[in-house]
Ligand binder design. Structure first.
Ligand SMILES: Cc1cc2nc3c(=O)[nH]c(=O)nc-3n(C[C@H](O)[C@H](O)[C@H](O)COP(=O)(O)OP(=O)(O)OC[C@H]3O[C@@H](n4cnc5c(N)ncnc54)[C@H](O)[C@@H]3O)c2cc1C
Length: 273
């Protein structure tokens, strides 16, 4: 059996298949296992995600999975491998076009500038992002909160812009996080607003159904875009129809969270005869 992608979904699939006695190969494009957990663990108060990755990694080595790091898998590699089952767990990446579901036809000008980054960039790069930040969060979950807190911890003034009536409305850890934001100082929530334009040094935002004269200018040395991720499905789509036992799991199937990725990896491996 071949698993492509060494994030939590792929590692769990490999673990369960190995426990069932299959000969398992796991290919991971980067130099380390863990996938997005290697980013999530850098978020404030989230070191536990690293523990989950460490445990899964230890288990798959213990169970004798053939782990191939620095191995980016192309469709031809899968044909050459001739595995009886292939599980694709290639994850997802941020979209960086600031598409907002309330205004799907509005292409926000300015997204191609160097100071427009993702939450992953903020957590991965321990650098000076300036004095002011705007986080556009149309998701309302862990990434927006993580980016805000990481930037506040640097002493920056941070505005979270969201179309929702409340920040982080899909995350159960929002209220403790909100209290920390207030204590840290420099935080402002800009709810029921959308992003109109990104300029060098500031952004234009507007109330949801607001007229242009209600447009507000907010200073932003850095703009962080947190919108629904783009699933990485190119490999799966190239293989569909050519491979009999092919399963797509985790964020590659639909970007969500670690629990779904692990559960789908578990279920996919259990389903193999
Ligand atoms: C900042 C942040 C905070 C988060 N916080 C939480 C949280 O609080 N709770 C929660 O449940 N989830 C959280 N998540 C989300 C969680 O990390 C992801 O949902 C989860 O990692 C998805 O697992 P996955 O295995 O599907 O994909 P990923 O973890 O994305 O792993 C995919 C792997 O596939 C590899 N790959 C891609 N293409 C190829 C290829 N062609 N060949 C070989 N390898 C390939 C990639 O290098 C990557 O390692 C957070 C994510 C981020 C970024």
């Amino acid at each position: 059996m071949l698993v492509v992608g060494g994030g939590p979904g792929g590692m769990e699939a490999a673990r369960i298949a190995a426990l069932k006695g299959h000969k398992v190969t796991l290919c991971e494009a980067s130099a380390e296992l863990g996938g997005m957990l290697n980013v999530a663990r850098r978020a404030p108060h989230s070191a536990g995600f690293g523990d989950i990755a460490i445990w899964l990694e230890a288990e798959i080595y213990r169970l004798g999975v053939d782990v191939r790091l620095n191995t980016y898998v192309e469709p031809e590699d899968i044909m050459a491998e001739a595995a009886d089952h292939v599980i694709v767990a290639t994850g997802s990446l941020p979209r960086m076009d600031a598409r907002q579901h309330s205004f799907p036809s509005h292409a926000v000008p300015g997204t191609d500038q160097a100071h427009v980054v993702s939450a992953i960039d903020v957590l991965r790069q321990p650098r000076d992002w300036g004095q002011t930040a705007v986080v556009l969060d149309t998701v309302g979950d862990y990434e927006g909160l993580a980016a805000v807190e990481a930037l506040l911890a640097k002493g920056m003034a941070v505005r979270l812009v969201t179309p929702s009536a409340a920040i982080g409305d899909k995350n159960e850890r929002t209220w403790p996080a909100y209290e920390r934001f207030i204590q840290m100082g420099g935080f402002e929530e800009v709810t029921r607003h959308h992003l109109v334009e990104i300029q060098k040094g500031d952004v234009l935002v507007r109330p949801h159904l607001g007229a242009p004269q209600l447009t507000r200018v907010i200073p932003a040395d850095v703009v962080v875009l947190v919108t629904p991720n783009q699933p990485l499905r190119a490999l799966f789509e190239a293989l569909a129809g050519t491979q009999k036992n092919l399963t797509l799991i985790g964020d590659a199937r639909q970007p969500r969270d670690m629990l779904h990725a692990i559960w789908e990896g578990h279920a996919a491996a259990r389903g193999i005869g």
